[in-house]
Design a protein around this ligand. Structure first.
Ligand SMILES: N[C@@H](CCC(=O)N[C@@H](CS)C(=O)NCC(=O)O)C(=O)O
Length: 211
């Protein structure tokens, strides 16, 4: 049994989406970001970073969205969201999962929380730098998808990394250049959004934007 602590549209989205795809029993606990429930003493006991997502797996908390996607795909490998060990697809899957987590998520943090790095007086500089790093990653991902797509891992179907990539593309929807301006990324997003699980996810999280 799984329990996912989430906030609508946040880094928990990809994990929630994969739980729906895997069709495994899970419970949802929605946190109120405005009320800073993610910083409550009870929640900090599960995730000392005070961030979502946290997934309670058989009674034990685990955090970091990319790790949770890897874990879920591996625990339910029969559902086909992790490429087989020893294949080129497995290598690309791990590469892009870590690349998204290491290289793309940090500038998104800077874009959405621009005061954090150096105070409000430097927010615009921080955002400009973040935007450059985000767009450079879209350049590389688009080129990769053109050469090895249509799925991120180059596998026959979507794997857990496509859920992370699509969530991150969604985060860019109100940026000056959303990820969907890159054609191969737009095609990936379109295929992922066509999945019935995406509509279910949107209904559950109460999302409407980028439907
Ligand atoms: N690296 C973390 C990032 C988590 C993260 O930054 N979550 C944001 C929402 S997208 C959050 O909880 N923000 C609330 C806060 O900063 O207090 C992950 O991938 O799980």
């Amino acid at each position: 049994m799984y329990t996912l602590y989430y906030m609508p549209g946040a880094a928990s989205l990809a994990v929630h989406w994969l739980l729906i795809e895997l069709d495994v029993p899970h419970r949802l606990v929605k946190l109120d970001g405005q009320a800073r429930e993610q910083k409550s003493p009870e929640y900090l006991r599960l995730n000392p970073n005070g961030l979502v997502p946290t997934l309670v797996v058989d009674g034990e908390p685990v955090y970091e969205s990319a790790a949770l996607l890897l874990l879920l795909a591996e625990r339910h490998a029969e559902k086909g969201f992790v490429p087989a060990e020893g294949t080129r697809a497995r290598a690309l899957y791990l590469q892009w999962m870590v690349h998204f987590a290491n290289t793309l998520m940090p500038p998104f943090r800077s874009w959405f929380y621009p005061d954090e790095a150096a105070g409000p007086e430097h927010a615009e500089t921080v955002k400009a730098f973040a935007r450059g790093r985000i767009e450079a990653t879209w350049d590389r991902l688009d080129a990769h998808l053109r050469d090895h797509g249509p799925w991120v891992a180059g596998a026959a179907g979507p794997t857990a990394v496509d859920f992370l990539g699509t969530m991150l593309a969604r985060w860019s929807r109100n940026m000056p250049r959303p990820a969907t301006e890159w054609p191969a990324i737009a095609a990936l997003v379109q295929r992922m959004k066509a999945r019935p699980s995406f509509r279910e996810l949107y209904a559950r999280e109460g999302l409407t934007e980028w439907a």
